[in-house]
Design a protein. Sequence first.
Length: 239
Amino acid sequence: MEIDVFKLVGEYGIIGFLFALLAMITTAIIKSSWITTIWNKIIDKYVKNFVKKKSNGINHEISESEIINHDIFNYIDFWMYSKVPTFEFSTEYRTIIFRKYLTIYLKCYRRGILEFVQKKEYQDMDQSQLWIGFLDLKNKIVTDYEKEALDSGIPSIIILKMKSKNNETISLTIDLIESISNSQFYEGDKNFLKVYSILNIILSILENMISNSESVCNSINGQLKGLYTIENGKKIIEH
């Protein structure tokens, strides 16, 4: 990602410069390729949108409607009803089980986030309360989808493997949410800009997690052998 420092300083002031500098430093410090990929996608998206709005002379204020109708809900619906049902994994059994896990995973995120924004409590929160509110939300969602997955008959080894993979991105998500919650750059009416930006980050994290599910599946070797599930009245066994 190339950043023209003089252009940012000239057009957007020191805040734009510091924002770009932070992105460069963070990317340089973090060595893991998966973190770099996610971070660059997020930064590229924000910088491009920020530059586009400024170049067009638009001082766009985020509204409550844009929070309630955020793209994250449309994308989750698309993944649950159109994308996940087409996923094919290494065996028929794994295909059924991982589709079920991913559907539960997405459903719990959608339900939790929608409930959070509909309550509107975030509108009156200070920086610390907003950060804690999203942290509590994150913990609740994780607890919900792991419990629902176990209750639905998904093997514990899959839940544990996905948990391990999720933990890699959860740490990054928490750090980014804390930074936005405490940042003056995202200050605005009733925390709309902060919440909108945090939802953008969660959307990027979800997209990354969905795309990594196949690698998690392939990392499980003999632990599923002999397990079975019933699908449309048919017994599907993992060989």
